[in-house]
Design a binder for this molecule. Structure first.
Ligand code: CTP
Ligand code: CA
Length: 224
């Protein structure tokens, strides 16, 4: 079982998990968001806590209750997530980026609600790229710190995953297939854990907690 009777092999470890989808403000009432439910990230936090870790969960938008025994820091946008994650990561043994961080944000957020005008006068939202938090974590990684990412892909899952792992420079990348009814908001998940060492471990479809357990197994094997 992922939770009850879990090994206490993360006792004395500090870990950071990010979860949920960021919201990039357009104006005070609107945002650009994504379909991440946060369930996988919350499962990672719960399982780590059950295995004895001190957990900081940096949560972007989710509809989930705070897991017991976990410090939850709520954030909205990718920039807020970056600040919270980098701060918490400074003293962490492991960081797992399970959040769906928006790749782009509106250049500016209007200070008052954008109003409708004539049908041919439609606002254009100019976007700018958000910082890559995972890449920044890798860039400032402390010796021995283990860093893992997630990659949701719709096609060529393994090929995209391998290329992404190499590009990001993290220790582990969990890849899974998304789309239609797969993964988003669902209680179950499946995937492959790709390691920088070349190791590839397939995780059969099961609960998101079961997948989280395998991810922590892989992380634990890298912790010194
Ligand atoms: N990530 C991040 N900061 C970003 C974007 C992504 O930290 N600005 C992290 C995610 O949390 C995830 C990993 O990077 O752990 C991979 O995210 P993904 O969106 O699959 O990768 P991208 O590099 O953004 O590539 P893509 O063009 O496929 O979206
Ligand atoms: Ca992305």
């Amino acid at each position: 079982r992922a939770l009850a009777g879990a090994p206490r092999d993360l006792a004395g470890r500090r870990v950071v998990v990010s979860a949920g989808g960021t919201r990039e403000p357009i104006d005070p009432v609107r945002f650009i968001g994504n379909r991440s439910s946060g369930i996988q990230g919350y499962a990672l936090a719960k399982v780590a806590a059950a295995r004895g870790a001190e957990v900081v969960l940096v949560a972007a938008n989710t509809a989930l209750p705070d897991p017991a025994g976990v410090r939850v820091e709520r954030v909205g946008s990718a920039l807020e997530m970056r600040e919270a994650v980098l701060k918490a990561a400074a003293s962490a043994d492991a960081v797992v980026m399970a959040a769906a961080v928006a790749d782009f944000r509106p250049v500016t957020s209007a200070t008052s609600k954008i109003k409708k005008k004539d049908a041919d006068d439609v606002p254009r939202i100019e976007l700018v790229q958000n910082p890559d938090i995972l890449a920044e974590l890798v860039g400032r990684r402390a010796p021995g710190q283990v860093i893992a990412g997630f990659a949701a892909e719709t096609d060529d899952v393994l090929a995209h995953g391998r290329a992404k792992l190499a590009r990001k420079g993290c220790d582990l990348l969990v890849v899974n297939q998304v789309g239609e009814d797969l993964t988003f908001g669902a209680p179950d998940n499946a995937g492959v854990v790709l390691s920088a060492s070349g190791r590839e471990r397939e995780i059969p479809r099961g609960t998101k907690e079961a997948l989280a357990s395998v991810v922590w197994d892989e992380i634990t094997s890298l912790l010194t």
